[in-house]
Design a protein around this ligand. Structure first.
Ligand code: ADQ
Length: 460
């Protein structure tokens, strides 16, 4: 079985956060798909997690938390700026998301990115037992597989990219394109969210390195590298069971009652990020109202947005922009007791999140570009009564699997308006048919399926 060998996970962040507000306090497991998927495997069969605790300058010794070995990596304030905010989030993130914002190519960020990748690789080399499985995650650590192979040729190395891999024409912009590819090619298995990412990566690898072969099997420096699509998912059963709790159902009814029980709720839940398409979605909703296809008596848009990466300029800017747009739409269309856009800038706990999913008639997941998008899958898992409609961007990795959603191009405002209108009027039989097919898709392909299939590939 996939879990029979110990696993070493390497990711930018550790799977734990400081509990409460006190920095003196203990730790708690951080919520999130990756942690949910991997912690049972780590707990049962042993293993460890290498990552940054999340605050600059913190020096911590390795320790065990909830049966998981925790190996903290220290980053200085300067490295947080250059490796994390700079190269990872101002160069790679925008470049790999269709350059929705212009990526910044800053030479001074490259060396710290390399240095920090070496630090992670050395920590892993020190930790790994002979023949151990090591699984490296995401765009912050793309050089680690090659470094680790150099230090420890005896171990099996997997790499998974959570964000899209860009088409060759865009990837070619990167001054360090060859180094990045060589870094990833140090792995035995390279995983992506979709087959389109697999194709784009393998093309770039053939173009800029000596790698040869087909899209799913590359030969490179005498080794064979498997490249595959492993679409990440959610803990379906957990979301479904929360959705069946009495107090969650009660809270969902309460949310509906507060906004007006006869009004239909179009819901969106995102990190406040320019890739998530909040702006385009609000403009389409505004058009729905201005063309009188719907009124504030019929429906409302509820946008729950959690701020992220606020020290990066583009993120502070997008927040200001979204808040002005909400103000404009509400100024024009809201009437007493009938607010057009309900905007909540906050993080919801699990039960609150599920109560919002339950309250929603239509879920709008319309990113301009997204590796996968777990919100779409979470919404589906909570629809235990087979009600609700999912409107999903073609540019989310999830669209490759969730073909029964109403698929939209978020840059096509007219198409978005039509999709919102269709979603609000979809016949019940059609709604049920679509949601039930979506539910069996996500149920069968949950996060455990994802982790096991990657680990199995790594063991071969
Ligand atoms: P993200 O870009 O963070 O992840 P996503 O997959 O949507 O995007 O995951 C966000 C998570 O945060 C979801 O579990 C969601 O419930 C939660 N969340 C968002 N807003 C919230 C709020 N206001 N309150 C509470 N919870 C909130 C990256 C890639 C994605 C990929 C994942 C996993 O960008 O494309 O799906 O990694 O690989």
């Amino acid at each position: 079985m996939a879990q029979s060998r110990k696993l070493l996970i390497i990711a930018n962040r550790l799977p734990i956060n400081r509990a409460g507000h006190s920095s003196q306090g203990g730790w708690e497991i951080s919520p999130g798909g990756l942690v949910t998927a991997l912690s049972p495997i780590l707990k049962e069969h042993g293993g460890a997690w290498i990552g940054w605790p999340g605050t600059a300058g913190t020096h911590l010794r390795p320790f065990t938390f909830d049966r998981i070995g925790i190996i903290p990596i220290r980053l200085t304030q300067k490295e947080v700026r250059s490796y994390y905010e700079g190269f990872s989030n101002e160069t790679i993130w925008p470049l790999f998301h269709d350059a929705i914002r212009p990526p910044k190519f800053v030479s001074e960020w490259w060396q710290p990115y390399t240095d920090v990748n070496w630090r992670f690789a050395r920590a892993a080399a020190k930790q790994a037992r002979p023949g151990q499985l090591v699984w490296v995650h995401d765009y912050h650590l793309q050089l680690v597989p090659r470094m680790l192979r150099e230090l420890r040729p005896d171990i099996r190395i997997g790499f998974f990219l959570h964000i899209p891999f860009p088409p060759e024409e865009l990837f070619a912009w990167l001054p360090w394109r060859r180094e990045l590819l060589q870094g990833m090619l140090g792995a035995d298995v390279i995983g992506f969210q979709t087959t389109a990412d697999v194709r784009d990566f393998s093309r770039a690898a053939r173009m800029f390195t000596s790698a040869a072969g087909g899209d799913t099997l590359l030969r490179y420096r005498g080794r064979r590298i498997r490249v595959g699509a492993f679409p990440i998912s959610i803990d379906f059963d957990e979301f479904e069971s929360i959705a069946k709790r009495g107090r969650v159902i009660h809270r969902a009814l309460d949310i509906r009652r507060r906004v007006g029980s006869t009004r239909r709720i179009l819901l969106s839940v995102d990190r406040l990020d320019y890739t998530k398409g909040l702006d385009a979605r609000m403009i389409a909703f505004e058009q729905l109202l201005s063309r009188r296809l719907a009124t504030v008596d019929d429906c409302l848009l509820m946008q729950v947005a959690v701020p992220s990466r606020e020290s990066v300029d583009e993120y502070a800017e997008i927040r200001g922009h979204i808040e002005r747009t909400v103000g404009r739409i509400n100024g024009e269309y809201s009437v007493p007791g009938r607010i057009a856009v309900h905007y909540f800038r906050r993080n919801l706990n699990r039960e609150e999140l599920v109560a919002h999913y339950l309250a929603a008639d239509v879920m709008l997941v319309t990113p301009l570009r997204d590796g996968m998008n777990l919100v779409a899958k979470e919404y589906i898992a909570t629809r235990t009564t087979n009600s609700g409609v999912l409107v999903l961007s073609e540019f989310a990795g999830a669209a490759h699997e969730l073909t029964q959603a109403l698929l939209v191009n978020p840059r096509d405002t007219d198409g978005m308006v039509r999709a919102f209108d269709t979603a609000l009027h979809l016949p019940l039989v059609e709604t049920r048919k679509r949601i039930s097919r979506l539910r069996s898709q996500v149920r069968q392909h949950d996060v455990f399926h994802w982790a096991n299939s990657f680990i199995e590939a790594l063991m071969q």
